[in-house]
Design a protein around this ligand. Structure first.
Ligand SMILES: NC(=O)c1ccc[n+]([C@@H]2O[C@H](COP(=O)([O-])OP(=O)(O)OC[C@H]3O[C@@H](n4cnc5c(N)ncnc54)[C@H](O)[C@@H]3O)[C@@H](O)[C@H]2O)c1
Length: 345
């Protein structure tokens, strides 16, 4: 078990550990003797062992609501949990978000550790303190900032992940490559594409850490998303969410939509003389190398623009896009929807 780094978010610190094996993660957790309650679903219960007291919840976004939070809290109360006891999320972003939120309100805040088991959760959802649940069809409407005390990373669970879920995470990793201060992550992705696509455990171990370091560098400077720095992590998401929302293209995964959105943002950046053609093409090529589809036949542009206008990140009626000037230099620009039409078709 390696202690990789600490992520400091105002008054809270997340200790980040990494190990190739899940057993050593469980061993580490059981070195301390507070009570622990493991939150799993049917796909992630395979990653724990007989030592673990569990609550199983249904898999996927459909479980991300207050009833699940109350169920977890009720199970902890039955076990006479105190604030010093520990909730442990073993799952994707959904389980991390729900468990973090349940822990945050249990007796005004209990301990929580994350063992993220999807690539997206490892490189994104597990670090940064955003916890919560959906409410009345609005994603993440209820929630708060409550960073996990411990985050355990391992490439082992990624081996059973579906290709679609794996690609969701890869979309975020490639996005981080653009936002990184230097091109270490880009070079790693570019030089090791075959091993990464074939999920070589050793290569993945480093990839996850390089990617998470990028997220850390943004969130530590803007722990509660009040400084505008964290907004840059939405690169590709404004373009991509509107694409995902379009009914006729609903088969597109989140990762595919983000990848397409990042490249649309790059084309827009180049066209507005913000970045060079070389920079735009270098990253476009990286997305192609990873098999992302960059062309969708959006015939109903009115519908696309309607979804853009609903983007929850808009401010004072303007839609805000993250564009790129250069490696690690995002810039947030308000644009009318119609101005970006050339980049989506
Ligand atoms: N808190 C944050 O900062 C943050 C950031 C990004 C996304 N999110 C949230 O994350 C959620 C999406 O997370 P996700 O993409 O991980 O989806 P998810 O949590 O729904 O997991 C996807 C599916 O994969 C299954 N699964 C998980 N690990 C597996 C494994 N190792 N092998 C086989 N199957 C496995 C799950 O059971 C589920 O069916 C959304 O709710 C989103 O809002 C939060």
């Amino acid at each position: 078990m390696k202690h990789i780094f600490d992520c400091n978010l105002q008054n809270a610190t997340t200790k980040v550990y990494s190990s190739l094996s899940l057993t050593s993660i469980l061993d580490h957790l059981f070195e301390t003797n507070e009570k622990k309650l493991f939150i799993v679903d049917e796909n992630t219960k395979q990653f724990i062992d007989e030592r673990c007291d569990t609550v199983q919840i249904p898999p996927g976004e459909g479980a991300k609501h207050m009833e699940t939070v109350c169920h977890i809290i009720s199970e902890a109360k039955k076990r006479d949990f105190s604030r010093d006891d520990m909730f442990v999320a073993v799952g994707g972003g959904v389980i991390c978000d729900i468990t973090g939120f349940a822990a945050s309100i249990y007796m005004r805040g209990a301990s929580v550790a994350f063992i993220p088991t999807t690539l997206l959760a490892q490189v994104d959802a597990s670090l940064g303190g955003k916890t919560g649940v959906d409410f009345e069809n609005v994603k993440n409407f209820i929630g708060q900032f409550y960073p996990a005390q411990r985050l355990y990373l391992s490439p082992q669970p990624l081996l059973t992940l579906s290709d679609k879920e794996y690609k969701n995470g890869l979309g975020e990793v490639l996005k981080h490559a653009l936002l990184a201060q230097d091109d270490t992550l880009y070079t790693y992705l570019s030089n090791n594409a075959d091993q990464i696509l074939n999920r070589d455990k050793d290569i993945l171990n480093d990839l996850i850490l390089f990617s998470l370091e990028v997220k850390k560098s943004f969130i530590e400077r803007d722990p509660k998303e009040t400084e505008g720095i964290r907004d840059s992590l939405n690169l590709g998401h404004t373009f991509g969410h509107a694409l995902e929302s379009m009914g006729n293209l609903s088969m597109i995964s989140h990762g595919e939509a983000v990848a397409w959105g990042v490249v649309a943002a790059l084309r827009c950046s180049y066209d507005r003389n913000l970045c060079t053609k070389e920079f735009y093409q270098k990253y476009e090529q990286l997305f192609v190398q990873y098999g992302f589809s960059l062309h969708y036949d959006i015939t109903d542009t009115d519908s696309y623009l309607d979804f853009l206008k609903k983007d929850k990140k808009r401010r004072k009626g303007e839609i805000r896009f993250v564009l790129m000037k250069d490696q690690g230099e995002p810039v947030i620009t308000a644009l009318e929807g119609s101005r970006i039409l050339p980049y989506i078709i």
